[in-house]
Write a protein that binds this ligand. Sequence first.
Ligand SMILES: Nc1ncnc2c1ncn2[C@@H]1O[C@H](COP(=O)(O)OP(=O)(O)O)[C@@H](O)[C@H]1O
Ligand SMILES: [Mg+2]
Length: 309
Amino acid sequence: MNIGRNPNDHAGDQAAALRPSTPLSKKIAPPPVGARCIAIGSGKGGVGKTVVSVGLALSLCERGQRVLLFDGDMGLANVDLQMGLVPAFTIQDVIFGHCSLENACMRIEGGPDVLVSASGAPELADLSPARRQLFIEDLFRFSSNYDYFLIDTGAGIGRGSTDFLAACPEVLVVLTNEPTSLMDAYALIKTLHLRGEVHGLGVIVNMVDSLDEGERVFSRLNAIARQFLGVSLALAGVLVYDRQVSDAIRQQQSIVRYASGGAVAHCLRDIARHIETRPRQQVVPLSLAQWGKQWEVTAFLSAEGDKAL
Ligand SMILES: Nc1ncnc2c1ncn2[C@@H]1O[C@H](COP(=O)(O)OP(=O)(O)O)[C@@H](O)[C@H]1O
Ligand SMILES: [Mg+2]
């Protein structure tokens, strides 16, 4: 199985040398091996999804991983703002055929490659099934050049927000210590549970005063999920409230770079380390089958109201 491995690493395939070489013209391209795909979502907005997505992407890069960061929040896209990027092209340019994914992809020195979205653009769920299908297959192939494919998503349980989450084998749900955030996180987890297929779901509690507080919030969410859904959740990490996070955003930098030695950066690196050291048997890379299947669900749901963009 190709779990969690470097797609370009062919070491160990000793039989390859023994196989007759196929003439170039007859070579059939192998199906691409998916990257480890992690979507970051939340029930409620403003809980720190983008802070986490950008911070995790940089932390994984620090660990030598090749990361593609995709801004899947097409309503309120702001990965570019938090990273100080001025994109020439956005994902919407790709969708509407103005440029390729390669052209739209921004390469950050020592950081992830980034696909920036335009704010206020239509959600993928709003596109015609044919156009959406073309784009998501293209994106799948493009992402398979990386070790990690991180997707920052919009908040809520609407179709546009949950499609990316449902299509990804691994999901991180971010919440804060507010009853609304807790209940909205539960509603999102329930929606994902009902859609099925999420293999690894981790919870990040953000903006708390202490690790203890974060663990208490997680315990409450876990108790509700156990009682009503019969599932046990995993705590992926706790990020404390730190004013430097908003200072960093004002400077259009990730907290991982702005306050590299601070508590939030430390927590984000810890989460990246845990993600990377997850036992290989537990890691399910993105597959075109799952990725495509979840989008087909959306195509079916939107068939009657197809806007045929
Ligand atoms: N750990 C933190 N400490 C302090 N402020 C934070 C922290 N995480 C996020 N914030 C604040 O929350 C705001 C919303 O974060 P953002 O990542 O944009 O949320 P989302 O993507 O979920 O809408 C940021 O502008 C920042 O000021
Ligand atoms: Mg955001």
